[in-house]
Design a protein around this ligand. Structure first.
Ligand SMILES: NC(=O)c1ccc[n+]([C@@H]2O[C@H](COP(=O)([O-])OP(=O)(O)OC[C@H]3O[C@@H](n4cnc5c(N)ncnc54)[C@H](O)[C@@H]3O)[C@@H](O)[C@H]2O)c1
Length: 437
């Protein structure tokens, strides 16, 4: 342990990052920036080849820095997991999705732990960073690693530290966002804290991996529940002819005890719609039902249907059926200014529109190909022009990307459904064409 701590203190340690996606790739950059030698691993050979060519497949992560780090020998990428033995510490950032039954799918975590176990050696630190239910590191990852014959807390160290990345955010980054770290045992916690102290300004040590896992779920559940609450209020206030957006602006003038959340077309991304259900699943083992999570999930998952009803009602008022109508979706990414459409409400909305026979197209400056085979969608982003906007029976603003010139869009369109209140400041004559959803 002493030797590992010293290697970290002198920044002589080699750190491996497994899973080079939205979370893993920024961690590679941060480690290299902090002076560590970094080995990046991924099962996807195409991603490794892309990185080795000095290209990045994530729009907001520039390739230049990664290439410079590769050139000066600080970073190397590989699919060969036998090289994990060369790392002093390994950070696991693989996906934790839900399966078709909406239960946790830990297969990527399990197979990664299995690959690490095959090459595990004395003195290594393993940190799980994928979001998951409390107990995963201890109950799932530890036994797999110990199948190597090495003992946790004695021969190797094991900890959990959640990722709090918020893609597209500029006011906080990996360095300035406090990092929670919890070891499976005290020694593991101490070693993991020593590593992350080099990466972030504030490390928040907690007493166990379970507490760290639970804290991450609490953060995401808090968002899911509060967003569901304002989404439900939006639907009620719409019937009462009260503007939810004005209500929120008024409520947030209270300087304490209230934090604003905003309604939208539904949740998206790899975190908020998924992570709370990891806890729901685990709760069943304890004979417990997580009602807040279930209710929030029910409301948030139904929001694209609410948008659909608004489109349908607007077209109906214009004596047009959904069948055969041209509907342009503006923005399919799950949030503004990013290109990630995993779990995006656009998937369900487009699927429903297509099932009703609408002629659906979309424009998203961050998503060239909107391709979800699981949901039978394969569309390409269309160029915007006044002529193509004028041809649409409905333009539905789903994601309020900064790049959209809303004044020009609404000017050219005949009917706009706005799910983000993005058109609120347009002139009154344009707002007449806009319906909130
Ligand atoms: N994206 C976010 O903003 C965010 C924020 C906080 C936490 N998280 C969590 O971090 C974890 C990773 O998320 P992400 O968004 O980086 O995912 P991602 O899909 O962008 O990246 C995961 C990477 O892991 C690779 N991988 C390695 N081994 C794998 C295996 N055995 N099976 C499948 N894939 C394997 C994939 O090829 C992929 O490159 C998840 O648990 C997620 O919930 C994500």
């Amino acid at each position: 342990m002493e030797e590992l701590l010293q290697r970290m203190a002198r920044r002589e340690a080699t750190v491996g990052v497994i899973g080079l996606g939205y979370v893993g790739l920024p961690v590679v950059q941060a480690l290299a920036g902090a002076g560590f030698s970094v080995l990046g691993f991924d099962v996807d050979a195409a991603k490794i080849a892309c990185l080795q060519r000095g290209e990045s497949y994530i729009s907001h992560i520039p390739a230049e820095r990664l290439l410079a780090y590769q050139r000066d020998g600080r970073v190397d990428f590989s699919s060969d997991y036998s090289r994990t033995a060369a790392a002093d510490a390994l950070i696991i950032c693989v996906p934790t999705p839900l399966n078709d039954a909406r239960d946790p799918d830990l297969s990527a975590v399990e197979s990664t732990a299995g690959s690490v176990a095959e090459h595990l050696r004395s003195g290594q630190l393993i940190v799980l960073q994928s979001t998951t239910y409390p107990g995963t590191t201890d109950e799932i990852v530890r036994p797999i690693l110990e199948s190597s014959g090495l003992v946790c807390g004695k021969d190797f160290f094991l900890a959990y530290s959640p990722e709090r990345e918020d893609p597209g955010r500029r006011d906080f980054d990996l360095r300035t966002t406090p990092k929670i770290v919890g070891g499976v045992d005290a020694a593991s916690g101490q070693v993991a804290v020593a590593l992350f102290e080099h990466l972030v300004e504030t490390v928040v040590p907690v007493s166990s991996a379970r507490v760290a896992e639970a804290a991450k779920i609490l953060e995401n559940m808090y968002r899911a529940v509060n967003i569901a609450m304002v989404n439900e209020l939006k639907m009620l206030f719409d019937r009462m002819d009260v503007d939810i957006w004005e209500v929120i602006e008024a409520a947030k003038t209270k300087p304490f005890g209230y934090q604003p959340f905003y309604p939208g077309p539904g949740l998206g991304g790899h975190c908020i719609p998924i992570d709370p259900f990891y806890l729901s699943w685990k709760a069943r083992e304890y004979g417990f039902t997580t009602r807040f999570i279930e209710l929030a999930g029910e409301i948030n998952r139904d929001m694209p249907h609410y948008v659909l009803r608004k489109i349908q009602a607007g077209l109906n008022a214009r004596r047009k059926p959904l069948n055969g109508s041209r509907v342009l979706v503006l923005g399919v990414a799950y949030k503004k200014n990013v290109g990630d459409f995993r779990e995006s409400p656009a998937i369900l909305l487009v699927q429903e529109l297509l099932s009703y026979g609408a002629q659906v197209s979309y424009h998203d400056p961050h998503v060239a190909l909107f391709d979800s085979r699981r949901y039978g969608i394969s569309l390409r982003s269309q160029e915007l022009s006044a002529a193509m906007l004028a041809e649409q029976d409905c333009v539905c603003l789903l994601t309020d990307h900064k790049a959209f010139d809303l004044e020009a869009i609404v000017e050219a369109a005949s009917f706009v459904v706005d799910t983000r209140n993005a058109c609120a400041s347009l002139p009154a004559r344009l707002r007449e064409k806009v319906v909130q959803a």
